[in-house]
Write a protein that binds this ligand. Structure first.
Ligand code: ZN
Length: 184
């Protein structure tokens, strides 16, 4: 288990080597999948979900690379279950952004248990970042809208991991409280 987890972490670190997070601090991107995987490990998620969490943005974010990461490559290296969770949590980047956001809300309930947990932990990480390290050019209203959308996506991911769902609820409340405080 530990060897596989570290292999996935190293693989993702290589893919994201030049990527940065959107926050003002421009943290290395790999901090995000590591956080998502840690959240899942701390909430007893299955190994396939933890590995998929480490790899969850490697396909989406390598599209412009000379050698993009493919689901086949992930299958060969980490197995079909991990690759299929990554596929389920990847957006179709050929669609416009607003449509992708709407689809995340609509398709959440249809996803596998593993994918639901990865998506929920992903939203926890993203809502935390929206408070602690928001993108420099996002105004208050846009951040509030983002957190609200995260809540709508999360509503369709319930019924699998109650302690993870409780952590999402707490994170959502904290984010909305922090944003409300900022507004006054
Ligand atoms: Zn993510």
């Amino acid at each position: 288990m530990i060897a596989r987890v570290l292999a996935a972490a190293s693989f993702a670190a290589a893919v994201h080597a030049t990527h940065r997070r959107k926050g003002v601090a421009q943290e290395p991107y790999i901090n995000h999948p590591l956080e998502v995987a840690q959240i899942l490990a701390e909430h007893d998620a299955p190994e396939a979900a933890i590995l998929a969490a480490l790899l969850h943005d490697t396909v989406e974010d390598s599209g412009d690379d000379p050698e993009p990461v493919t689901l086949d490559a992930l299958t060969a290296r980490f197995g079909a279950e991990v690759a299929s969770i990554v596929a389920e949590v990847s957006d179709d980047k050929s669609l416009p952004k607003e449509m992708r956001k709407a689809l995340q809300v609509r398709l959440g309930p249809k996803k596998s248990d593993g994918a639901k947990q990865v998506k929920l932990a992903d939203k926890i990480s993203n809502l935390r970042a929206m408070v602690s390290a928001p993108p420099a050019n996002w105004d208050h209203a846009r951040r509030v809208e983002y957190v609200g959308w995260g809540g709508r996506v999360a509503a369709g991911l319930r019924g699998v991991n109650p302690s993870l769902e409780a952590l999402f609820d707490e994170t959502y409340r904290d984010a909305m409280t922090a944003l409300a405080r900022e507004a006054v």
